[in-house]
Write a protein of this length. Structure first.
Length: 278
C-alpha cells in the first residue's frame, strides 16, 4: 500500500466522524462508518472494489447489531472499516487467499475484532480531547466571548480527529500493510494455531446475527419469518434484491392480517359508543 493510498483512507476515517465538523452522525457514523459502505471507498482507493467488499461483508455481519448506549462502545467501527478492511485485504492478497473463500471470511472477522478493540482507545481519546475543547469554550463564554461557540463545535474537533483518527489510521495502514504482507507471505493456514484463529473468526458473525435477532424478535413466532427467509436464500440462492422483495411482500401480508384482526374490535367500539349516545 502506498503512502498516498494510506492518506486517502485516513481522510475517509476523519470524514466518517459523527461531529458537526465532519459529516455528522447520519452520514458519517451511521453510513460511512459501516464496513459494507466503507469497503466500497476502500476498494476504490486500493483499486479492487470487489475484493474489499467481500472482505467487508463478514465484518458488517459481525457488527450489524452494534449500538452505543450512553456513548459507550463495544468496538469502534471506524477502526474496523478503515484499518481492518485494508489490512485484511492486504493479508489475503499476500497469502494468496481467495476473497470469496471461507478462509478470507474467517480472517476478516478475526482482524475486525482486533482492530475494533484498538479503535476503542482512539474513540475515547477523541472524546477526552473534545471535552478539553468544551472546557475551554465554557471558560470563554463566562468571559463573554460568544465567538468561541462556533470554533468549539466546528473547528477544534478537527484537531482531535486529525490526531486520533487521521494519523493512527494512516500510519497503521501504511506501516501495518507492509508488516501484514511479510507475515502472510509465510503463513501456513494448515498450522493448528492459524486454524484456531480462523475458527474463532468464523463464529463471530454468528454472534452478531444472534445479538440482532435478540433485539428484533419479540416473540417465538417471529423466528418463523427468519427461518423461512434463511431456507429460501439457502435453497434458491436468492440475490439480495430478490430476498428484499420477498421480505417486503411478507411484511405487507403480515400488516394486512394484523389490521384485519383489529378491524372488528374497532367496529365494536364504535357501536358501543353510538348506543351510549342514544
Amino acid at each position: 500500500m502506498s503512502l498516498f493510498q494510506a492518506i486517502l483512507i485516513g481522510l475517509m476515517s476523519c470524514t466518517a466522524a459523527s461531529t458537526i465538523a465532519c459529516l455528522g452522525t447520519t452520514v458519517g457514523n451511521y453510513t460511512l462508518n459501516r464496513p459494507l459502505v466503507a469497503s466500497l471507498f476502500v476498494g476504490l482507493i486500493l483499486g479492487d472494489v470487489t475484493g474489499c467488499i467481500l472482505i467487508g461483508i463478514p465484518m458488517q455481519v459481525m457488527w450489524i447489531a452494534l449500538v452505543t448506549p450512553g456513548g459507550t462502545v463495544a468496538s469502534d467501527l471506524r477502526a474496523v472499516s478503515y484499518i481492518g478492511i485494508p489490512l485484511a485485504y492486504v493479508g489475503c492478497r499476500a497469502a494468496g487467499i481467495d476473497y470469496a473463500s471461507d478462509e478470507a471470511f474467517q480472517l476478516a472477522s478475526s482482524i475486525s475484532a482486533l482492530t475494533g478493540t484498538i479503535g476503542i482507545t482512539l474513540f475515547y481519546g477523541t472524546a477526552m480531547m473534545n471535552l478539553i475543547w468544551q472546557h475551554i469554550g465554557w471558560a470563554q463564554l463566562d468571559k463573554g466571548n460568544f465567538e468561541i461557540v462556533g470554533k468549539v463545535d466546528a473547528l477544534m474537533p478537527l484537531i482531535s480527529h486529525f490526531c486520533l483518527s487521521f494519523l493512527p489510521v494512516t500510519l497503521l495502514c501504511y506501516f501495518g500493510s507492509g508488516a501484514v504482507e511479510e507475515v502472510f507471505q509465510y503463513l501456513d493456514v494448515s498450522v493448528w494455531y492459524v486454524k484456531a484463529l480462523l475458527t474463532v473468526g468464523s463464529v463471530l458473525p454468528a454472534v452478531g446475527m444472534s445479538i440482532l435477532l435478540k433485539s428484533v424478535v419479540n416473540k417465538t413466532s417471529d423466528l418463523l419469518y427468519f427461518m423461512m427467509g434463511f431456507v429460501l436464500a439457502a435453497a434458491m440462492h436468492l440475490t439480495l434484491l430478490a430476498a428484499t422483495v420477498i421480505g417486503g411482500v411478507f411484511a405487507l401480508i403480515n400488516y394486512q392480517l394484523t389490521m384485519a384482526k383489529k378491524a372488528p374490535a374497532a367496529a365494536a367500539g364504535v357501536i358501543v359508543e353510538e348506543e351510549e349516545d342514544i
